[in-house]
Design a protein around this ligand. Structure first.
Ligand code: ASP
Length: 439
């Protein structure tokens, strides 16, 4: 049994948090490869070290004095080192960082130092080998991940080491230039390490006990999800749920390694298992509810539209030419509606309208703004009768007007469009009927 464990910033924000992490790792000898984030916030209002690094580098790049900012970052690490009573000095590391900042080594190099330094402390604290991610996570010249080379390199580096620490969030291209993933990208590193080492499980330790059925800012104390498939999670993340970096799913998904989301502050909780497939049914028919506000709909009407070959393509081409991606496209007889992000659409509104006019000569085009989309996701929906019926009766009882319905062809989700103002009421109504009433 071999596990890869990734710890998020809040799990490593202080010496006290480091100790919890140490206990978790030492309590299970199969936790072999550790991927740390940079220190996160210690309390509400505190700064994340990654953000401090971005700011510090900005000052360096502008030719301003950044010594105070760098000293504050060093202080954050020193506090951890002292709290753990380690005999470790980061003096040389900070001298090198200062020099590279002066030499304008790049903003991605700057941001990566948060994980790099935390990795050094972690490896000393655990007495595990340190493997610099710049050696194992390979980026192409264009700054995107080279997944195949990464898998090979990481495998070569780690397979001879029984235990190791590999910092998250960054890697390097062949010429040594450091590149980072987008924010929250240590999740991706963990996933890549799990794939390369053929791990049995990827544990992702954070400050919540797994994914919740819905957003706790909308529903008070939503129940946790015990088990969810990669596909379901992808649907929920796309619609706004944010437990894991979106790109973290793909590397493990291809080889079927499960991800277990766990809480560093409550290691006794089982957390959420993210798996390729499962025959375990969710207790509530649905697995999760997520949604986003801020969509606009563009409805095009034209008599005999359905028999006009190429109509849809011509309309979508107008959106493509204006660089707007569309989210959904419900259609009726002689009508077609495109849903797009409102801000994206607003920027090109008149150009799109003129473009549609020219391309398909519609009878009318009507616009509606301030719409929200809600996705009700669940592998159980396929084999359960009446799911849609329950959703719509719950919404009707809550006086929510449904403006659009779209059931994905995988029968894994039902997407509902409502007014922005009805967003919270709608989510609560759906949550209540499935989870609280279990009807
Ligand atoms: N430290 C980076 C960030 O704040 C990456 C991560 O934590 O995953 O986004």
């Amino acid at each position: 049994m071999k596990k890869v464990v990734k710890f998020g910033g809040s799990s490593l924000a202080s010496a006290e948090q480091f100790r919890k992490v140490g206990n978790i790792i030492r309590s299970d000898s199969t936790r072999k490869y550790v991927v740390p984030s940079a220190p996160g916030k210690r309390f509400a209002g505190d700064a994340k070290v990654t953000d401090m690094l971005y700011k510090c580098y900005e000052a360096a790049e502008a030719g301003e004095d950044f010594s105070g900012q760098l000293a504050a970052i060093r202080e954050r690490y020193q506090e951890i080192i002292d709290g753990l009573e380690l005999s470790l000095s980061l003096k040389e590391e900070f001298a090198a960082i200062e020099k590279h900042f002066r030499d304008r080594a790049g903003v991605q190099y700057a941001a990566s130092r948060g994980e790099y330094l935390n990795g050094i402390i972690m490896s000393r604290y655990l007495d595990f080998a340190f493997v610099d991610a710049a050696e194992g996570i390979v980026f192409g010249e264009d700054g995107t991940l080279d997944s195949i080379a990464t898998n090979r390199k990481l495998g070569e580096l780690l397979n001879d080491l029984e235990y190791a620490v590999i910092p998250g969030f960054y890697g390097a291209s062949a010429d040594g230039t450091v590149h980072t993933f987008s924010r929250g990208g240590s999740d991706i590193t963990g996933s890549l390490v799990a794939r390369a080492t053929k791990a049995d499980l990827y544990e992702n330790w954070t400050d919540v006990s797994g994914c919740l059925v819905t957003d706790p800012r909308v529903v008070e104390n939503p129940v946790p999800i015990e088990i969810i498939t990669y596909k379901e999670l992808r649907e929920l993340s796309y619609m706004g749920a944010t437990v894991l970096h979106e790109d973290a799913i793909f590397p493990v998904r291809t080889v079927g390694i499960p991800i277990n989301i766990r809480n560093t502050n409550r290691p006794q909780d089982k957390g959420t298992m993210i798996v390729r497939d499962t025959c375990s049914r969710s207790e509530y028919t649905i697995t999760g509810i997520a949604g986003k506000k801020g969509f606009a709909s563009i409805t095009i009407e034209k008599g005999m539209m359905n028999s006009e070959i190429g109509f849809g393509r011509k309309v979508l081409q107008v959106f493509e030419e204006n660089g707007i991606s569309f989210e959904h496209m419900p259609s009726g007889i002689d009508t077609m509606t495109i849903l797009a992000h409102q801000t994206e659409f607003a920027e090109h509104e008149q150009k799109v309208l003129t473009g549609i006019q020219k391309a398909v000569h519609p009878d009318s085009v009507s616009l509606e703004a301030d719409l929200a989309l809600i996705a009700v996701v669940g592998r159980g929906m396929k084999s359960t009768r009446g799911t849609a019926g329950r959703i719509f009766s719950a919404l009707a009882h809550a006086h929510v007007n449904v403006k659009m319905i779209d059931q994905g062809s995988s029968e894994l989700n039902i997407i509902i469009g409502v007014a922005n103002d009805d967003f919270e009421t709608a989510i609560r109504a759906i949550y209540n009927i499935f989870v609280l009433c279990r009807i």
